[in-house]
Design a protein around this ligand. Structure first.
Ligand code: ARG
Length: 457
């Protein structure tokens, strides 16, 4: 098959080179965007009288037919035509004849491929944003049902201080809110129209770039043709936002894995979202959260891949940039599938309220409250910390709980301790006294839930 660029060449391309340079196996995914972009470009060429009205109509009708064929799986993609752009153009020329050869006027694949990817990512970012919001709604829903559920809060994975389960879940709502902000911010840079930059220098033909941008609903056009064909910052920003989102999902996934273990026993994963072992009959494994944790690596990998592709490239377009698509596709698919499965699975998870409460009670988790009690009585925090530490050591030796000590025993550690100490010892009291802004008191948690309810409406 004759290449669109064959004019200058005397030898045929080696088969192995065709296979090596071809991107059609993956960039065919961009066909809708490619055709949308081509139709807008054609309308502009017609409006500017660079092509005739009849040619414009012929091309548009031809492109619509190609689109239908691809949608209905009737299109034969050819490796030797390299990429989606040349496959579609070739099919168009076969359909409508020489008028089809005018589509590529005042355009290069360099600005075309940048346009296609931006169109694609714009859509995908919107659907990722919607999925994050749905996921936040699921978390909010669970949090609302657990405004009274106590659990241990951890540092160093050691029981630290009691918190409300709702407070723990609200932490993820905050992370996801920042993730959305990052995607929204990146969207501003994705939403810039590069077409009309041509190969790298612009074109001598009287194009109207703003008109094309208007047709494709781009709020901005690129300001420098060389930058426009070689910029992939927007890809890196997207992959970075995706990486952080995955890091957040992975942290939650890790907690689900831990919490579903016999050692924690905080949750029961739904059977429908767990798998068994081929040898150990008793096993119920948390494969879904494990895979979310595991898939995080490939998104990080995509980010590093693109940073590496870009770092050594002289201006402007270089074929290395063709490597931009697979990392984007893979990140999009990974992020969307992880969010989708988490949304469904999380609604089915059962929290074992009693186990959570007992774990919160254990481990002297209100020792800090005793120290703060002594601070309120005027003792410097360092001394109060020391006294509370001695109380804990005493309990460990005597095999007692903090609430199990008598006032007399308490007084042995500080004369300032009175009967009201007993109000500081229960986990419920401890939680409800954490009224500092952002703390875990029920009052704060209810306010945070209200904030997110409004935000996610
Ligand atoms: N398939 C190419 C890509 O994705 C299209 C641009 C090719 N341009 C070129 N000068 N060979 O980057």
């Amino acid at each position: 098959m004759k290449k669109p660029w064959a004019g200058r060449f005397t030898e045929k391309t080696e088969k192995i080179v065709e296979g090596f340079t071809s991107s059609i196996s993956f960039d065919k995914r961009l066909y809708e965007c490619d055709i949308d972009g081509s139709i807008a470009h054609t309308k502009m060429l017609g409006k500017q009288k660079i092509i005739s009205r009849r040619e414009m109509e012929l091309i548009i009708r031809g492109l619509d037919k190609v689109r239908e064929e691809i949608r209905n799986n009737k299109f034969k993609f050819r490796d030797e035509l390299e990429d989606i752009h040349m496959n579609i153009e070739h099919a168009l020329i076969k359909k409508i004849g020489s008028a089809g050869g005018k589509l590529h006027t005042a355009r290069s694949r360099n600005d075309q491929t940048a346009l296609d990817l931006r169109l694609f990512m714009r859509e995908e970012i919107s659907s990722i944003l919607k999925l994050i919001t749905s996921f936040q709604r699921v978390l909010l829903d669970i949090a609302e049902r657990h405004v009274d559920t106590l659990m241990p809060g951890y540092t160093h994975l050691q029981r630290a201080q009691p918190v409300l389960l709702a407070h723990h879940l609200l932490a993820y709502l905050e992370m996801l809110e920042r993730d959305k902000a990052r995607f929204n911010d990146c969207l501003k840079r994705v939403n810039v129209m590069p077409l009309g930059s041509a190969a790298l220098a612009g074109t001598t033909l009287p194009v109207d770039r703003k008109y094309v941008a208007g047709l494709l609903k781009f709020p901005a056009i690129s300001g420098n043709s060389m930058d426009a064909v070689s910029d992939r910052d927007f890809v890196i920003e997207f992959l970075s936002a995706s990486g952080l989102l995955m890091a957040h999902l992975s942290r939650l996934a890790e907690e689900l894995v831990l919490w579903s273990s016999a050692e924690f026993g905080f949750i029961e994963l739904p059977d429908a979202y767990s798998t068994g072992s081929s040898i150990m009959p008793q096993k119920k494994n948390p494969d879904v959260p494990e895979l979310i944790r595991g898939k995080t690596g490939r998104v990080f990998g995509s980010l590093i891949a693109m940073l590496t592709v870009l770092k050594g490239l002289p201006l402007s377009y270089n074929r290395d940039l063709q490597e931009d698509k697979e990392p984007v596709f893979d990140a999009v698919d990974t992020v969307k599938s992880c969010l989708s499965v988490l949304i469904k699975m999380l609604t089915e998870i059962k929290f074992k309220i009693n186990v959570l409460k007992n774990a919160a009670d254990a481990g002297f988790s209100t020792a800090t409250d005793i120290a703060e009690y002594l601070v309120r009585k005027g003792i410097p925090f360092r001394n109060a910390h020391e006294a509370a530490g001695r109380i804990v050591r005493y309990c460990i030796c005597k095999n007692k709980t903090l609430a199990g000590l008598s006032l007399k025993e308490f007084k042995g550690f500080s004369k300032l301790i009175e009967r009201d100490i007993f109000k500081c010892l229960t986990v419920r009291e401890s939680v409800n006294k954490k009224t500092s802004y952002g703390g875990t008191s029920k009052k704060n948690v209810l306010a945070a839930l209200k904030k997110f309810k409004k935000l996610l409406k």
